[in-house]
Design a protein around this ligand. Structure first.
Ligand code: SF4
Length: 395
């Protein structure tokens, strides 16, 4: 199919160019249109974006430098045996690429992000930087209260730098907009599960990820446009193996690697690549008498996705992954973790054990955001998909 004949091509291309733009031109454009408003960067995996939108800020996810950033100074700030994303983030910051951002939030994803937050404060003492502690206790009375107070603190600190004061009506509106975005992402995800050939995982990936640098209203428009275009798209179905990707929730694999998996005979019918926008698994409900900030905090406690970066209390490791595989009618799992990613790699043996008990085949490899050679991965994924097709098991 030529691009002229593909009704979805232009919106996917636009999303890809937003995702690949390391100058954050969309953020600069937004700031030009919102004089004096703050753009606030954040590291993966999750921050509650409605909080920032409600106080007039643009939340902007920073996923490091991808595969198009030469690390020159970033390496000298970190030991060699950690993942890649902090080095490329420092490289971007030192090169001035993060200049459109008025500050950075470092959520409590892992020790690496915590250290990066400290580094940011030392390198840029005049710019805003905050560590966002996420609750490790899932009761509303303790974890919920703590988390809501953390969010209030950040809103107050940003207000001191020019953001609007936190206002319940504005937060309700921002939460409703986030719910609308989430519903559209759900529609895309459902489409991938039911007709994976109609929207490839790599295409859905850029469409969703574009929303991490856009205001929610613009992302809702982009997703709506894509969904409408897909109703007119005509593509051939392939008899691929249906797989779920897990472990790539923070540092992101290069787009070429996702496409390589697709070319190796896999339909990626679910993944955790852009977990940040999918972290809350249900619409966030705000009762008429409820403080919307409390509702936002409690949504994380009650409906947060089971992932290596979120405490799961009494839930059993692996249950959520098995449920995801079943819901997607997937035939296997590919563990795709960033090299040296402690959260993903410490969880993996427990998840593998659960899959083995459930007789779900899996394979695994590691990547870095700047991985450039895909041949070995293609062969491994190809052997996996062949073996699942032929015998329903691991190679
Ligand atoms: S890739 Fe893993 S170890 Fe590295 S910052 Fe992200 S969660 Fe932490």
């Amino acid at each position: 199919m030529t691009n002229q004949a593909d009704p979805a091509a232009s919106v996917i291309a636009r999303a890809q160019s937003i995702v690949e733009d390391l100058t954050f031109a969309e953020v600069t454009r937004w700031k030009r249109e919102h004089t004096g408003a703050l753009a606030v960067g954040y590291m993966p995996v999750y921050v509650p974006r409605p909080l920032f939108e409600a106080i007039g800020c643009l939340p902007v996810a920073v996923f490091g430098g991808g595969d198009r950033t030469d690390i020159i100074r970033g390496d000298s700030y970190f030991q060699s045996y950690i993942c890649h994303i902090p080095r490329s983030t420092i490289e971007l910051a030192l090169s001035g690429a993060l200049a459109p951002l008025d500050g950075m939030i470092f959520p409590s994803t892992c020790d690496v992000i915590r250290n990066l937050g400290g580094m940011w404060k030392m390198l840029f003492p005049e710019r805003y930087g905050a560590y966002l502690d996420l609750p490790q206790n899932l009761t509303p009375a303790l974890g919920g209260r703590f988390y809501a107070e953390e969010l209030r603190r950040i809103a107050r600190e940003l207000e001191a730098r020019g953001a609007r004061p936190l206002d319940a009506a504005a937060l309700r509106e921002a939460i409703a907009a986030e719910n609308a975005r989430r519903a559209l992402i759900d529609e895309l995800d459902e489409l991938r599960r039911s007709k994976p050939w109609l929207l490839r995982a790599s295409e859905a990936y850029v469409a969703v990820r574009a929303g991490t640098v856009l205001p929610v209203s613009e992302h809702v428009a982009l997703l709506g446009e894509l969904l409408a275009a897909l109703t007119r798209r005509e593509v051939r179905a392939y008899d691929n193996v249906r797989v779920v990707i897990t472990g790539a929730f923070c540092e992101q694999p290069p787009l070429g690697l996702i496409r390589t998996l697709e070319k190796s005979g896999c339909d990626i019918v679910d993944d955790d690549l852009q977990l940040g926008l999918r972290m809350i698994e249900q619409p966030i409900t705000v009762g008429a008498d409820t403080d919307p900030l409390v509702a936002l905090a409690e949504a994380f406690l009650k409906n947060g996705a089971a992932t290596a970066c979120r405490y799961i209390d009494k839930a059993v490791k692996g249950d959520a992954l098995i449920a995801k595989v079943r819901a997607a009618n997937a035939e296997g799992v590919i563990f795709t973790a960033a090299s040296f990613c402690d959260p993903a790699l410490l969880d993996q043996p427990m998840l593998e054990r659960a899959l083995t008990s459930a007789k779900i085949p899996f394979t695994s490899f590691k990547f870095a955001e700047n991985t450039g050679q895909y041949q070995t991965i293609r062969e491994q994924a190809g052997a996996f998909s062949d073996s699942v097709k032929l015998w329903g098991g691991t190679p």
